[in-house]
Design a binder for this molecule. Sequence first.
Ligand SMILES: CC(C)(COP(=O)(O)OP(=O)(O)OC[C@H]1O[C@@H](n2cnc3c(N)ncnc32)[C@H](O)[C@@H]1OP(=O)(O)O)[C@@H](O)C(=O)NCCC(=O)NCCS
Length: 172
Amino acid sequence: MNAIPAYEIVPDSPEHSAAVEALYDDVFGPGRFAKTAERLREGNSAIADASLVAIDSDGLTGVVRVWPVKVGGSDGQGGGRAAFLGPIAVAERRRGNGVAFKLMERAIGVCREQGYAAVILVGDHEYYERFGFHPAGDGRFQLPGPVDQKRVLIRDLSDRAAKLKGELSVPR
Ligand SMILES: CC(C)(COP(=O)(O)OP(=O)(O)OC[C@H]1O[C@@H](n2cnc3c(N)ncnc32)[C@H](O)[C@@H]1OP(=O)(O)O)[C@@H](O)C(=O)NCCC(=O)NCCS
């Protein structure tokens, strides 16, 4: 069996920006900016240390970005902050080697260390349930655009997660 070439996971930083954008373009195509989740990234700043890249001898091979979001609103109900994860992408040449698994585990761990009550994302439950994500529940969170509510998933990181509900927005 061939040995899996080594890679390391390090915090994302501006020096990786061009390679990250190229990988996202490759994996998701130009339509990626039209996604509802993108509205929670625009004008936002990724959470340092929870946003990670994987690097091997050929360069950037994977990335996950995580964003702070405000949850709930002015009525004082369901208010709080959560981490919003995505996108995650791994270069085709490295898929199936556990790169995404390591990126996810570490990103979730950093969010917990930083005191986030939960991580929220939009994605396939079948894939993300291995990291403890479950469907948030129909209508519990509203995103700034259309979204399939079955794909809105949450991973609780503390007891405070149960109280989160309402609109997700970029913290101001
Ligand atoms: C999803 C993705 C990040 C996984 O990266 P990876 O490094 O290959 O993941 P891992 O090696 O940790 O895990 C691979 C496993 O996940 C499974 N998997 C991948 N995508 C899946 C999905 N959408 N649903 C269910 N399982 C999925 C693979 O079949 C594989 O299963 P196995 O462990 O039983 O063989 C990568 O396939 C990718 O970049 N896909 C395109 C972008 C994408 O869909 N991103 C997620 C949505 S934002």
